[in-house]
Design a protein around this ligand. Structure first.
Ligand code: ZN
Length: 270
């Protein structure tokens, strides 16, 4: 398959919303990313996504710092046991433009995986925007002995409203083809079980993936993930987490006003 058809340099396809989200997540005081960490993406027409290019800084990214990827053409790499890192690198290569090589982030495969799973489950609208960051507060928790169970239970009610009742935890995998495949398998299994996409995915020893219908949704989920990590870290430091019970969470979600707020979030209005 020709490389130019899997990834292309097309800055005119990068929306103001995607740029604004990227800049917002990259703001230094939020401590979500430094240097070239993190990446964002947005669904485009024709089964494509615009995703941040490798090596660019989120805080200062321009339209030239994105590439456009054809999801269906990259999707086979998610499940091919013979796929190599070199295959992925080739698939994300949009060629050399203006003397500079343009290539999707090696984490672009995570963004492709979200779209592949969402499309297969018929919930593509829930994943119009995706943001991946490495918030210090969350990575600290996900690099701790509590990583795997830290988010199994909700610790306070507003957290549940913004990120849903059950974030998905994915154990560590090396960024690149291994992470893409591990992430895809875990996300596909979750959606098969529940019929819906989780809005927050926690990557062990790595970071978070926020999935939402709008850019504001990704921004809010990312902010709430940081607050939830700070709350848990504080609770662990004073003897342990005492989470909400299943009954409390079920009753909370059954309330009309909470259902309305969750519905607004699903439509992307906070
Ligand atoms: Zn990352």
């Amino acid at each position: 398959m020709p490389q130019q058809e899997t990834a292309v340099f097309a800055p005119d396809q990068v929306s103001d919303e995607l740029l604004a989200l990227t800049h917002s997540l990259g703001r230094p005081e939020r401590d979500l990313v430094i240097l070239a960490e993190g990446n964002t993406s947005q669904q485009l027409t024709g089964g494509r996504i615009a995703v941040k290019a490798s090596g660019s800084n989120m805080a200062t990214a321009t339209r030239d710092d994105f590439v456009v990827i054809d999801v269906a053409r990259v999707t086979p790499l998610l499940t091919d046991p013979a796929a190599t890192q070199a295959d992925l690198t080739a698939a994300l290569d949009a060629g050399e433009i203006g003397g500079r090589r343009r290539r999707g982030s090696i984490e672009a495969l995570v963004h492709v995986a979200v779209q592949a799973v969402a499309l297969a489950a018929g919930v593509a609208d829930a994943a119009r925007f995706v943001g991946h960051t490495h918030p210090t507060a969350v990575v600290g928790l996900l690099a701790s002995v509590h990583a795997a169970e830290a988010y199994e239970r909700i610790v306070y009610s507003d957290e549940a409203v913004v990120i849903g009742a059950s974030p998905l935890y994915v154990p560590y995998a090396q960024p690149g083809i291994a992470l893409g495949q591990t992430f895809h398998a875990a996300l596909a299994q979750r959606v098969e079980q529940t019929g819906e996409l989780p809005q927050l995915v926690l990557l062990g020893n790595h970071g978070i993936v926020a999935i939402a219908p709008t850019a504001d949704g990704v921004d809010g989920i990312s902010a709430m993930a940081v607050k939830g990590a700070q709350v848990r870290t504080a609770a662990y430091a004073v003897g342990g987490v005492a989470p909400l019970t299943d009954e409390q969470v079920t009753k909370f979600f059954a309330r009309d006003d909470i259902a309305e707020r969750r519905g607004n979030l699903a439509r992307g209005t906070f």
